[in-house]
Design a protein around this ligand. Sequence first.
Ligand code: S3P
Length: 449
Amino acid sequence: MEFRVKRAPRIDAEISVPGDKSMSHRAVIIAALSNGVCVLRGFLPSEDCMRTVQALRSMGIKIEQPEAEMLVVDGKKRLLTPPSGEIHCGNSATTMRLLAGLLAGQPFDSRLVGETTLSRRPMERVVTPLRQMGANIVAEGPNDSPPIRITGSKLHGIEYNSPVASAQVKSAILLAGLYAKGKTTVIEPSPSRNHTELMLNYFLVRTTKEENGGISIFADQVPESRDFTVPGDLSSAAFWLVAAAAQPGGHLLVRDVGLNDTRTTLLGVLIRMGAQVREAVEDVDQIEPRGIIEITGAPLKGTVIQGREIPQLIDELPILAIAGALASGTTTIRHAQELRLKETDRIAAIAHNLRSMGAQVIELNDGLEIYGRGSLRGARVPSFGDHRIAMAFAVAGLFADGETVVQDAQCVHESYPEFARALDDMMNPKRVRITTPVISLNPARNGDD
Ligand code: S3P
């Protein structure tokens, strides 16, 4: 599959986006450990999240899917049965790393395997702390890459100073901590997204924040079964937010999206670049805040993105690089070496594709320097098998002269199965108005321009 993209007319739309990927993984895992039936709505039925669902099913958890975005999970009070075979994590690092933590303390053996892009990714970051907790765990591939083999053992709590700000590492340790003796604490160099902590708390599992910034969990707690509705994924909305931000006069309202403040750093960056952004929390009943984001585009200007911002917008950096290429002046991204360890080396991929589209870019060890010119030219660009590269460059195509073709775009199914349709809606807004009315917030804007 490839995307063929042409310049978009002015965006003036109201949209919603599919469920949050991080929360979907966590909700189904914690529901599976709970003491009863949990109904999960707004679940993201993407390839990555369905890998987690299949894995839990293979360990004796009954999970029904009466609708695409609804799961009925029959929690078994933390009891899992030995998996029927190897656990296939597809290209989902979240599945592999979180399950490594969950499986480390089980009384049975397991093996986690992955497909091509996952098989190159580093697993030492979860293997090291889990071993310190007493796990018998090996990353069998070159340089501590997958598969991961676990021989069931008894764990004990540790205090772990993680060298990397990674929510997947933190989550693996906290899930292992549920099955470890005593107290387990994770300290991060700077805070990563906190969905595991919040989801555990929502299911009435206590975690505590330490004075040193660490997060702790005590073993033996059974999550209390509850229903949960997953809000829209801000990282999916980011593609359209940047598209609207980079169009002077562009206007977009995103409804029912997650507004957890460890995820909304993108909005601050877009404000710095000149866009007008309004964010309104409408609901915090499920601990995770959700609400609306409204954005009005402007001629963007370059900015510097670095330091503590990086872990909190790590998935938005590819699309922010496109914003940088469309802005005036220089956009600098630093301290983002983690980007080289994603589904592909995202620093190299962004630099390669932006250059193909006529932008001037310098690749740094830990980031990029992008000299914005306000325009791009259409090109054929590879996705490198990376969903966020595919989506970012499809959006770049909306701003390019001539046609842009994004090759091997099927990887978008890992996080945003509906992306192709949403892209088509942005390119052909008139048709959207017939099938799905686009509601303009400002009646003065209603003309078809
Ligand atoms: C995720 C954490 C991030 C992010 C990924 C999802 C999660 O990865 O890039 O898409 O759900 O925990 P790291 O933990 O490697 O930073």
